[in-house]
Design a protein around this ligand. Structure first.
Ligand code: C2E
Ligand code: CA
Ligand code: CA
Ligand code: CA
Length: 279
């Protein structure tokens, strides 16, 4: 315990108390914002490496609270996980992204696919495929317009239950993407046992692509095996022309990162789609 300036003893570290405070204050504020529809989605374009055309967008949650201000996703996603609200955020994201996709369709903004981040809890839920199917039906969307992203750690759970949920989601025709690939411990051979349509190589590999031959070796191998298995390989965090050139030469299918665009509101994305681009 550390002695505080005005006496008394602090029994928890700064980071512990910050986390506890986050859980209390942000946890209940988040619950309220979520129930009042006060979260937003931003969308980040994904670019087809070969053509420079738009491949799709990833939906990313944003929380701008009227008094607490703009809270970073890393912070409120952690709070959501700790306070049992992460599934509610995922379900909300999925529905909101589908609603927005039909809105873009009506507005003549041509977005082929939207990707939504779901968490582990969803994949323990037998009702997931019918929930997703219901949302698609409600908005009149074909299932191939939606991809769900799940982090590698979820895929690690090889329980029969999780595998069943994964294949039932895949069976309705929705894309399945393994997010943040390379940060967990799953082997390349594991990729063959999962009903994946897409792999997203984690940003940490792209960051070190030019300086680190190991990062380059892993990236090359994952792109190669992904292509062989008929999956789309996406790289996230592409920030420089040099990374773009290198990834293109490695036959990476889809690129996402600040080099092309930051995540933006649905309205901003509409504008971005109409502006001419030179890639
Ligand atoms: P993620 O799924 O890996 O999303 C990609 C993150 O990388 C986003 O951060 C995006 O803004 C950021 N990013 C994109 N391009 C670049 C780049 O070129 N450079 C750098 N430095 N960063 C880039 P964001 O929006 O802060 O989201 C953080 C994480 O929060 C996401 O990581 C995802 O795991 C989680 N998250 C966001 N929205 C949701 C959601 O609706 N549900 C769930 N379960 N998780 C979400
Ligand atoms: Ca993601
Ligand atoms: Ca990711
Ligand atoms: Ca990542």
């Amino acid at each position: 315990a550390k002695k505080e300036a005005r006496g008394g003893y602090r029994l928890v570290s700064m980071t512990d108390s910050r986390a506890a405070e986050d859980r209390l204050v942000l946890g209940s504020a988040l619950r309220e914002s979520l129930s009042r529809g006060m979260l937003q989605l931003h969308y980040q374009p994904q670019i087809e490496a070969r053509t420079g055309e738009i491949y799709g967008v990833e939906a990313l949650a944003r929380w701008n609270h009227p008094t607490l201000g703009n809270i970073f996703p890393s912070r409120f996603i952690a709070v959501a996980e700790e306070t049992g609200q992460i599934e509610a955020i995922g379900s909300w994201s999925l529905e909101e992204a589908c609603r927005q996709l039909t809105q873009w369709d009506r507005d003549g903004v041509r977005i082929p696919v939207v990707s939504v981040n779901l968490s582990a809890g969803h994949f323990n839920n037998r009702g997931l495929a019918s929930f997703i199917g219901g949302v698609l039906q409600k908005y009149g969307l074909s299932p191939d317009r939606l991809t769900v992203e799940i982090t590698e750690s979820v895929m690690m759970d090889e329980s029969e239950e999780t595998m069943k949920v994964l294949s039932s989601v895949r069976q309705i025709g929705v894309g399945l993407s393994m997010d943040d690939f390379g940060t967990g411990f799953s082997s390349l051979s594991r990729l063959t046992r999962l009903p994946l349509t897409e792999i997203k190589i984690d940003r940490s590999f792209i960051m070190n692509l030019e300086s680190d031959s190991n990062a380059q070796a892993v990236t090359t191998a994952v792109i190669g095996i992904g292509n062989r298995l008929g999956m789309t390989v996406v790289t996230e965090g592409v920030e420089t022309e040099a990374q773009y050139d290198l990834l293109e030469s490695l036959n990476c299918d889809v690129l996402q990162g600040y080099l092309f665009a930051r995540p933006m509101s649905a309205v901003e994305l509409g504008g971005w789609m109409h502006q001419p681009r030179q890639l």
